[in-house]
Design a protein around this ligand. Sequence first.
Ligand SMILES: Cc1cc2nc3c(=O)[nH]c(=O)nc-3n(C[C@H](O)[C@H](O)[C@H](O)COP(=O)(O)OP(=O)(O)OC[C@H]3O[C@@H](n4cnc5c(N)ncnc54)[C@H](O)[C@@H]3O)c2cc1C
Length: 403
Amino acid sequence: MVQEYKNIAIIGAGASGSLCAYFLLNNLTPSQPSPSREGVSITMFDKGLPLRTLLPTGGGRCNLAHAEYDPRELAKNYPRGEKFLYSVFSKFSTCDTLEVFEKMGIKCYTQENGRIFPESNSAKDVRETILANIKNAQFVKEEVVKITPIDGGFKVNTTSPHPTPPHPGKESAYFFTDVILAIGGHSGLKLAQEMGIKIIEQKPSLVGLNTKENFKELSGTVIKNVKSDDIIDDILFTHFGVSGPLIYTLSSLKAFDNIPYKLYIDLAPELLDLQKDLNIYPHKDIKNILNKYLPQKIISFILKDIVSETTKAHQINGKIRDLILNTIHNFNINITGTNKGEETVTAGGIDLNEINPKTMEIKKIPNLYAIGEILNIDGFCGGYNLQNAWSTAYVCAEALSNK
Ligand SMILES: Cc1cc2nc3c(=O)[nH]c(=O)nc-3n(C[C@H](O)[C@H](O)[C@H](O)COP(=O)(O)OP(=O)(O)OC[C@H]3O[C@@H](n4cnc5c(N)ncnc54)[C@H](O)[C@@H]3O)c2cc1C
């Protein structure tokens, strides 16, 4: 059988684009070697350095997956994309990620909370290892500004990045049989929109939230294991509002809610019987009774509108006790926005109805594919977003290799 020559462009050399190049070049799966990829050339375009987006991941340690090995359970961690990912994860899931990275020379370990990291704890190492494994792909440091479907493939127009006025960036045009869009969630979606692909408006997710309340005096205070909407995790008060793991999760679940909205937080779910504490320690200041449950700064913040913090326990009557309890268990926060530029991922992107989940091909534009965060898929914190990048990259590369 004569194999048709494929000249593939990958637009975006981030997590998904780079792994897709790896799969295409190394043909393919962790467990299933296949014939060599002669007859394929791969060109990666990026307006910046390849895989620079990996460097800040996991605080520089690269939380590259999550120890959930059941594909359906894994998919539950994506507020957008769960059903679509059933099919994707049935082809490439957490085990496969570990196998592929091990094959590249990256051994991983699992933290107590299920987050998976490279043993080196270094995103830089992961980046360098992946890059060493895809050096047979051609890399072009140019920004893609337009993609036009033409007979037999696509015309890809680029400009050299960072033109300095009055000198415009140098423009070039290239031709490819297949194009993979892997531009992530942070660069806008004009390229896709111009080809008539339906887009779901992008919203920031996994992000700190601005509040109407001024929490400056609490800035830097963390309260562990607070509860909201049945989620228990830590909250961090900041100069702009609130942040930390709980808020990241809520920002994801509420990414499409109309702002402003209110959050109700139980700051001390384990505080069940304040009256008992008041009875046991009648001569203790109320602030010292509460500091078993809450940091001192937040106690002062809560008590300031209710009662002096040096009021003795026996002086706290039922009405004041209930006021204190209500403020602690129903701490009310008015959300006025998301903290601009802090978002870890974007919710929204290419409408999943436009994509064949078995191939990642855009249904109405044959030979055009989309992978990674450009899709209307986003997960919680914990390695899920990189898993989406690796898995969709795999499915796309598999489809291209089988064509
Ligand atoms: C600070 C931070 C920490 C994170 N930590 C984690 C973590 O620990 N675990 C986890 O699972 N996820 C994490 N994420 C999310 C994860 O990094 C992304 O979901 C993932 O990188 C998305 O991969 P991608 O390939 O779709 O896009 P990206 O990795 O963003 O890559 C897109 C690439 O496309 C290029 N590009 C864009 N437009 C063009 C154009 N027109 N022409 C040419 N090139 C273009 C960009 O320069 C970029 O290199 C983190 C994100 C951030 C911001």
